[in-house]
Design a protein around this ligand. Structure first.
Ligand code: PAF
Length: 298
């Protein structure tokens, strides 16, 4: 595994690897996993998928300042380079790209990639500008690495939808591969931000997966359950946890993120339904979701 901090070195190294493969008559398949570090088993599962599908795996670790709002946790975002390197090595990463902020943004960036509509609601509503920062940095990273496939966790379902739309709209030659949410045994979705939780908040945060499980069961099994009815129950369960402060709970179609009429029976929905929540526990904001494939029963 090699660790590179400069864009030109990543490009040069990948050019040499592609050239060597081409000389043997094959096209080098490159898998890319962009992260902000503080890696956990969720990231490990992305790396494993990338390892299985590709000849060479590139991992980037970069806490991207432009996707954090002024009152968000950029400065205190957890960082642990040694632990990250050990996990990357264990998962068979070939190249770790570890740029500094100056390397990625040598001057204040005047160019942004903005995906409209999909970024107006859910996390986009409470974190204005967040997705512009995400698409801008992901766009830059995809230009630098030029992978065949890039892997993203479904926990950030809106991010998956937004990045996929960007790739389609800008004709980027990369496949966006969404990977399932990885959970602790008790149901808590893995997140680098879980480290902020006190033991009491950690316990309270189980309401996320519990409320989503109930919502999923209602959507699948209760004949007449409407979107409004499921949302009502979802909110009620979250609000029954005193340490939880609800940011949003929404049901939308996925990946269009189009809103659905409250009167629609969940079973009537066709394609994928996203049930997404964002909840604060103390100062820590966590998100979670479930994506259901519905049959469009009449
Ligand atoms: O999901 C993340 O960790 C970040 O949003 C990403 C995709 C690495 C961009 O900074």
């Amino acid at each position: 595994m090699i660790v590179l901090t400069e864009i030109k070195d990543v490009r040069e190294h990948l050019r040499a690897e592609r050239f060597a493969a081409a000389k043997e008559g094959r096209e080098l398949q490159i898998g890319f996993v962009p992260t902000m570090g503080y890696l956990h088993e969720g990231h490990a599962s992305l790396l494993r998928s990338a390892r299985m599908d590709n000849d060479l795996v590139v991992l980037s670790i970069f806490v991207n300042p432009i996707q954090f709002g002024p009152n968000e946790d950029f400065d205190r975002y957890p960082r642990d380079s040694d632990k990250d390197m050990a996990l990357a090595k264990r998962e068979g990463v070939d190249i770790v790209f570890l740029p500094s902020v100056d390397e990625m943004y040598p001057q204040p960036t005047k160019t942004r990639i903005l995906v409209s509509e999909l970024t107006d609601h859910l996390c986009g509503a409470t974190r204005p500008g967040h997705f512009d920062g995400v698409t801008t940095v992901v766009g830059k990273l995809l230009h630098i690495v030029a992978p065949h496939r890039a892997y993203f966790g479904q926990k950030d379902a809106q991010q998956v939808a937004v990045v996929t739309q960007m790739v389609i709209d800008l004709n980027m030659d990369v496949e966006i591969v969404p990977c399932p949410i990885v959970r602790e045994e008790d149901g808590l979705a893995l997140s680098s931000r879980n480290v902020y939780l006190t033991p009491e908040e950690r316990q309270a945060a189980l309401v996320l997966s519990r409320s989503l499980r109930q919502a999923e069961q209602m959507a699948r099994e209760r004949e007449g359950a409407t979107v409004a009815h499921i949302l009502q129950e979802l909110v009620r369960t979250i609000e029954s946890e005193p340490a939880a402060s609800l940011d949003y709970a929404e049901i939308r179609s996925f990946p269009s993120l189009a809103s659905l009429p409250g009167s629609m029976r969940a079973k009537e929905a066709e394609g994928k339904l996203l049930i997404a929540i964002a909840v604060k526990f103390g100062t820590t904001r966590l998100i979670d979701n479930v994506i259901l494939t519905m049959e469009g029963e009449k």
